[in-house]
Design a protein around this ligand. Structure first.
Ligand SMILES: Nc1nc2c(ncn2[C@@H]2O[C@H](COP(=O)(O)OP(=O)(O)OP(=O)(O)O)[C@@H](O)[C@H]2O)c(=O)[nH]1
Ligand SMILES: [Mg+2]
Length: 426
C-alpha cells in the first residue's frame, strides 16, 4: 500500500485560497509555483480554482459550494488529482476525497513526492521516506474504510479498523527502523565532516531559493559537475568542493538543497542533518535569482528557513544572480543590500568581484594578526601554515615574524606570541 505506484501522467486541478492578509498577487505567484511543482512531480495541470475566504473551513478547507464546483470541473476535464496550495488537515483531505472521488494532495505531499523522485544518496532516501511516513501516520485513520468503499475487491473486505491498527503499527515500526538506519549513516557523515573541519579551512555554504543558480555557481567556481537544471529541487544531496580564492586562501564550498515558501516542517526536520552543513558554515552565500519577479519574497522565505535551522544572523554575502536577464543590472537592489554583488553564473559576469568580496568577508572572520614565534616552536609554525593563511613571514635571528589570518581557536594558542601588527597595518 505504501510502495510507489508506477507513474502515469496525472491530470491535476490546482486549488488556492485568497485568505485575509494574502494579496491577489501573492496568490497568483503561489499558484504559479504550485503549477511548477506539479509539473516537476510529473503531472499535467489542467486548471486552477481559487476562492476568496477569510478563514479556511474546517471540513473542506474551501466552501462547500466550491467543492461542488471543483467536483464538476473534475468530471469535465477528466481530472485525476486535486492539489491544494496549503497543507490540509487529515480530516479535510479525507472529506474532500469522499466528496470528489479523486485523489487529493496538498503542497507538502507534492514537495515530498518530488524529493522522493530526486533523492539519490542513501541518507537522502532514508530522510525522505521518514518524512513521508510521518506525514502519513496521522492520516491513516479512516483511510482503510474509505478505500474499501471506493475500490472494494480482494483484500479490502473484512474488519477495516483492525486492518488500520495493523497498518499503523507497520508504519510505526518502519519509522523506528528508518530512524536507526539514519543514525548509522549520520555517524559516518559526522566523521567525514570532522575530517574536513580538522583542516579548519573556512566552510562557505551556498543557500537560496530553489532554482536560484546555486549549483551553476558551484560548478563555475570549482569545476564541479553537479546537476544544474531549470527545475525545482534539482539538488537534494549536498556537495562540497575546494575553492582557492585569488589570494590563495582555501575554502570549502558547499551546495545543498534549495528552499521554498511553505517548506514543510516535516522536510526541514528530517533534512536537518543534511542542513547541518549550513548551520556549521563560517559564512553563507545567499544566492538570489534576481530575474524572478518575486525575488524579495523568496529572500524572505530563505531567511525564515535559516531561522528555523538556527543559522540566522550568520555572516552572509548576498549574491544577486542571473543579472544577465535583468535590465538595469540590479543597481537599486544592490544599493539596498550593502556589500551585495551582482553576478551571472552562466556568463561569469561579476564573479571576480564576488570572490573579492568573499576574501574581504573571510579575512575579517580570520582575524589578521602579527606574531613573534621562536623558530624551535616548529609545531606551532607548521599549524599556522596548515590551517591559517600566512600573509608574510620574516626571520629575525631565531624568531619568526609572522603576519597571518588564523581561525579563533588557533589565535587563542598563539596569544602569548602576539605583537602589535606594525607591518602593513591590521
Ligand atoms: N540566464 C541565467 N540562467 C542561470 C544563471 N544561473 C543559473 N541559471 C539557470 O537557472 C537554472 C537553475 O540553476 P541551478 O544551478 O540548478 O539552481 P539551484 O539553485 O542549484 O536549484 P536547486 O538545486 O533546484 O535548488 C538552470 O537552468 C541554470 O542554467 C544565470 O546567471 N543566468
Ligand atoms: Mg542545485
Amino acid at each position: 500500500m505504501f510502495e510507489t505506484q508506477p507513474r502515469r501522467r496525472e491530470k491535476a486541478l490546482l486549488i488556492g485560497v485568497e485568505r485575509d492578509g494574502v494579496t491577489k498577487w501573492d496568490l497568483r505567484e503561489s499558484m504559479e509555483e504550485l503549477a511548477e511543482l506539479a509539473s516537476s512531480a510529473g503531472a499535467e495541470v489542467v486548471g486552477t480554482v481559487t476562492q476568496r475566504l477569510g478563514h479556511p473551513t474546517a471540513p473542506y478547507y474551501i466552501g462547500r459550494g466550491k467543492v461542488e464546483e471543483v467536483e464538476a470541473k473534475c468530471r469535465e476535464d477528466s481530472v485525476t488529482s486535486i492539489i491544494f496550495d496549503d497543507e490540509l488537515s487529515p480530516a479535510q483531505g479525507r472529506n474532500l476525497e469522499r466528496m470528489t472521488s479523486r485523489k487529493v494532495l496538498d503542497r507538502t505531499q507534492l514537495i515530498l513526492d518530488i524529493f522522493a523522485q530526486r533523492a539519490r544518496s542513501k541518507e537522502g532516501r532514508l530522510q525522505i521516506e521518514l518524512a513521508q511516513l510521518q506525514y502519513l501516520l496521522p492520516r491513516l485513520t479512516g483511510m482503510w474504510n474509505h478505500l474499501s468503499r471506493q475500490s472494494g475487491g480482494i483484500g479490502t473486505r473484512g474488519p477495516g479498523e483492525t486492518q488500520l491498527e495493523v497498518d499503523r503499527r507497520r508504519v510505526q515500526e518502519r519509522i523506528g527502523r528508518l530512524s536507526d538506519e539514519l543514525s548509522e549513516v549520520r555517524k559516518h557523515r559526522s566523521i567525514q565532516r570532522a575530517g574536513r573541519l580538522r583542516h579548519r579551512w573556512p566552510v562557505v555554504s551556498l543557500v537560496g531559493y530553489t532554482n536560484a543558480g546555486k549549483s551553476t555557481l558551484l560548478n563555475l567556481l570549482t569545476g564541479a559537475e553537479v546537476e544544474a537544471a531549470d527545475k525545482l529541487f534539482a539538488t537534494l544531496d549536498p556537495t562540497t568542493r575546494q575553492l582557492v580564492l585569488p589570494n590563495n586562501q582555501k575554502v570549502l564550498l558547499t551546495d545543498t538543497v534549495g528552499f521554498i515558501k511553505k517548506l514543510p516542517h516535516t522536510v526541514i526536520e528530517s533534512f536537518k542533518a543534511t542542513l547541518e552543513e549550513v548551520r556549521e558554515a563560517d559564512l553563507l552565500i545567499h544566492v538570489v535569482d534576481m530575474s524572478h519577479p518575486g525575488f524579495l519574497d523568496q529572500m524572505h522565505a530563505v531567511d525564515s528557513v535559516l531561522e528555523e535551522l538556527d543559522a540566522h544572523g550568520k555572516q552572509t554575502l548576498v549574491v544577486f544572480n542571473k543579472i544577465d536577464l535583468v535590465q538595469d543590472r540590479g543597481e537599486p537592489q544592490l544599493r539596498r543590500v550593502p556589500g551585495s554583488v551582482a553576478v551571472s553564473a552562466t556568463t561569469g559576469f561579476g564573479v571576480d568581484q564576488m570572490l573579492q568580496e568573499l576574501e574581504n568577508r573571510l579575512s575579517s572572520w580570520r582575524l589578521r594578526a602579527a606574531y613573534r614565534i621562536p623558530v624551535n616552536e616548529s609545531a606551532l609554525l607548521a599549524e599556522i601554515h596548515k590551517i591559517g593563511h600566512v600573509l608574510e613571514i620574516r626571520y629575525e635571528g631565531d624568531i619568526a615574524c609572522v603576519r597571518a589570518h588564523v581561525p579563533p581557536e588557533l589565535q587563542a594558542k598563539l596569544s602569548a606570541c602576539m605583537v602589535p601588527d606594525a607591518i602593513g597595518g591590521a
